[in-house]
Design a protein around this ligand. Structure first.
Ligand code: GZL
Length: 305
């Protein structure tokens, strides 16, 4: 950390405190809120000075924030790339400034892996597979029309969850995805797209939503159309935040694949190692599980987020 030679104007405290610049995606979902809380609390706990920005889901705002952290000469930059592409230039600027970068939650599609030290986050293809595998089990050979509420266009979780689900149901021609559109990971987006699907699709058996928030929006649309969510139309979502788990326990959602937002502690440990110049694994995959309706009833009372 700077301060030793008196000459550097590094943002890090002269007393060796690490300063982290964190460029968050936004506040679009319950998952994101829980993720932000985890990062802020973990920084506090670790004695790391956190500079935090909310990009309102706009890539240009994240790039601006990263550039400001470079200007401020922070010790380490961490961010969750809102979309996979378009990061090489700003990551090269960070590299040239000698500031290590940690990817957390979402990935970039850069060919140059030297642009970041490590990527800490879930395996989204696996999450999509778990959702598809549950549906294959659930419906057997029953003809099943699925509508898909995609996450933010171009975001790693949206791309990968769609891929994993498609892979899992590929061997079951009775399961067809009849419509797929982005709801941008928000409750409003999920509701609006579901309203359109209910008008345009003659029969919908299942909704596969890339996150709980869009699934909860779909529930509102389904109920407004006089149908029973979880019964007339089954719903599968990803995340397992409290509101989603409550809807699962209430029988309005049928299955949830967990995506763990509590990355703060692991992120701070990685940051300390990276700033100390220690080797870290290039890829750290988070632990997570799945929930049925019965399991949600059990898990709810002790759910952290
Ligand atoms: C996944 C994360 C996604 C969540 C959404 O790791 O990037 O973004 O699934 C959130 O709820 O908006």
């Amino acid at each position: 950390c700077g301060g030793g030679d008196g000459g550097s104007t590094a943002a890090s405290g002269g007393d060796g405190t690490i300063t982290m610049g964190f460029a968050q995606v936004g506040a679009e979902s319950g998952w994101r809120t829980a993720n932000t809380k985890s990062v802020q609390e973990a920084a506090e706990e670790a004695g790391i000075e956190l500079k935090f920005s909310d990009a309102q889901q706009k890539q240009e705002n994240q790039i601006k924030a990263i550039r400001s952290y470079i200007q401020q000469k922070v010790d380490v930059i961490a961010f969750s790339p809102v979309v996979e592409t378009g990061w090489d230039t700003v990551l090269l600027e960070a590299k040239r400034a000698g500031i290590p970068v940690i990817l957390t939650d979402r990935a970039v599609d850069s060919e140059d892996e030297s642009l970041y030290e490590t990527f800490l986050g879930s395996d989204f293809v696996e999450e999509g597979k778990k959702a598809g595998e549950w549906l294959v089990e659930e419906v057997g050979s029953e003809p099943t029309s699925v509508v898909e509420l995609q996450g933010t266009t171009g975001a790693a979780p949206a791309i990968d969850r769609q891929e994993g689900f498609a892979e899992a149901v590929a061997g079951s021609p009775n399961i067809q995805v009849v419509a797929s559109q982005t709801g941008d990971f928000t409750r409003t987006g999920g509701k609006q797209v579901m309203e359109a699907f209910l008008k345009s699709q003659p029969d919908i058996d299942v909704v596969y939503a890339h996150n709980d928030d869009m699934g909860l929006g779909a529930i509102e649309a389904i109920e407004a159309a006089g149908k029973v969510p979880g019964k007339d139309i089954k719903i599968i979502t990803v995340d397992a935040v409290k509101d989603g788990m409550q809807a699962l326990a209430d029988g309005k959602i049928n299955f949830i694949v967990e995506c763990n937002p509590l990355l703060g502690d692991q992120l701070m440990e990685l940051a300390e190692k990276v700033v100390a110049g220690e080797e870290v694994e290039k890829r750290v995959v988070t632990e997570e599980t799945t929930f049925t309706q019965e399991q949600a009833v059990e898990a709810l009372p002790t759910r952290e987020y």
